[in-house]
Design a protein around this ligand. Structure first.
Ligand code: UTP
Length: 291
C-alpha cells in the first residue's frame, strides 16, 4: 500500500466570523501565543509523515506564503546578535517540508477549493486539513486518520459528536458502528447544514478528512449546495455511497480558529503550557479572582 505523503490545506475562505480583523490579517496567521494557526496545521501534517503540502489561498493572504519563506532581514539581525537558537528555529520550518501554494480565484466553497488541488494530488489518497481547525493531542489527528485508512482502505472523516446547536451549522453523518470502542463507524450518508428534522446523528466532520482521488470527478459533477457554495460534504456524500467511507471519532481537542471563542480558548490553553509565559500568566489569571 502506497504511503500517504500529500496534504491539502484549504485557506481561501473569507473568514467573515473574524471580522473586522480578517479584512487585513488572514485568520490563518492569527497567533496562538507566538505561532500562527497555519504552523500548527503544517506541524501536524509533518508529524503524521506528510512531505508535500498544498495550501489554497486567495487575494490578501500573502502573509501565509511569507511565513514559509526564509526571512533574510531577521536572520542577519539574529546572527549579528549571536542568537543562533532563534535563527535555527525560524529556518527550520521552511526547510523541513515542501509547501506549495495555489489560489482559489473565487470563494465558491470548500468543495471548489479542494478541487483546485487536483493536479497537485494526482491519483493518490491525500489528507485535507481545514485551514481554521487546529487539533491538539498526543497522536496527531492526521496520523490517526491515516491509520484508519490503512485498516479499512477507504476514505476517512475525522468526526466528533457535537450539540444540536452546532450540528445545524456543520454537517450530520448517518453511521453504523464498526468498532465503537475504537470510535470507528461506517458512513452511509451525510448532509450539510441539516435542520434538526434532517439530522441523522450528532456526529459531524471536524476539520480533517482523508480522501481517495475519486473525489475529484465527483466534485466536477457536484452542483452548488447550501449557501450556494460547492460543498465538500455533498461530494463526500456521493463518495461514501459509491466507494465507502469510514468515520473516526478522533482523540484530541479541536479549536475552531475561525471563531472568536475558539481563538481565545486556544490562546489560553497554549499560554498555560508555554515555558516562557505560563507561570506569570497563571498568576495573572488568579489575580482576576474569576469564579
Ligand atoms: P469555513 O466556512 O469555516 O470558512 O470553511 P470561511 O468561509 O472562511 O468562514 P466564515 O464563515 O466566512 O467565517 C472551512 C474551510 O474551508 C476553507 C476555509 O478557508 C476554511 O479553512 N474555504 C471555504 C475555502 O478554502 N474556500 C471557500 O470558498 C470556502
Amino acid at each position: 500500500m502506497k504511503k500517504i505523503t500529500k496534504a491539502v490545506i484549504p485557506a481561501a475562505g473569507l473568514g467573515t466570523r473574524m471580522l473586522p480583523i480578517a479584512r487585513t490579517v488572514p485568520k490563518e496567521v492569527l497567533p496562538i501565543v507566538d505561532r500562527p494557526v497555519i504552523e500548527y496545521l503544517v506541524q501536524e501534517a509533518v508529524d503524521s509523515g506528510i512531505t508535500d503540502i498544498l495550501i489554497i489561498t486567495n487575494r490578501g493572504k500573502g502573509a501565509i506564503e511569507d511565513y514559509f519563506d526564509f526571512s533574510p532581514e531577521y536572520e542577519a539581525a539574529l546572527l549579528a546578535k549571536g542568537r543562533e537558537d532563534t535563527y535555527n528555529e525560524i529556518r527550520e520550518l521552511p526547510q523541513k517540508v515542501n509547501v506549495q501554494f495555489i489560489r482559489q480565484k473565487e470563494p465558491k466553497g470548500l468543495g471548489h477549493a479542494v478541487n483546485c488541488a487536483r493536479a497537485f494530488v494526482g491519483n493518490e489518497p491525500f489528507v485535507v486539513l481545514y485551514g481554521d481547525d487546529v487539533i491538539m493531542g498526543d497522536v496527531p489527528c492526521c496520523r490517526q486518520l491515516i491509520n484508519t485508512y490503512e485498516k479499512y482502505k477507504k476514505s476517512v472523516a475525522g468526526v466528533k459528536a457535537v450539540s444540536d446547536e452546532l450540528i445545524v451549522k456543520y454537517c450530520s453523518l448517518g453511521v453504523t458502528a464498526l468498532d465503537e470502542a475504537l470510535g470507528e463507524y461506517d458512513i452511509y450518508d451525510m448532509i450539510e447544514k441539516p435542520s434538526l428534522d434532517q439530522k441523522m446523528s450528532n456526529f459531524s466532520i471536524l476539520g480533517r478528512v482523508l480522501l481517495t482521488p475519486e473525489i475529484f470527478d465527483i466534485l466536477d459533477n457536484t452542483p452548488p449546495g447550501a449557501g450556494n457554495e460547492i460543498q465538500l460534504t455533498d461530494a463526500m456524500g456521493t463518495l461514501c455511497k459509491s466507494y465507502g467511507m469510514t468515520a473516526l471519532d478522533f482523540k484530541g481537542k479541536r479549536y475552531d480558529m475561525g471563531s472568536k471563542l475558539g481563538f481565545l480558548t486556544a490562546n489560553i490553553d497554549v499560554a498555560l503550557q508555554h515555558p516562557e509565559v505560563s507561570e506569570d500568566f497563571k498568576k495573572y489569571l488568579k489575580s482576576l479572582n474569576l469564579n
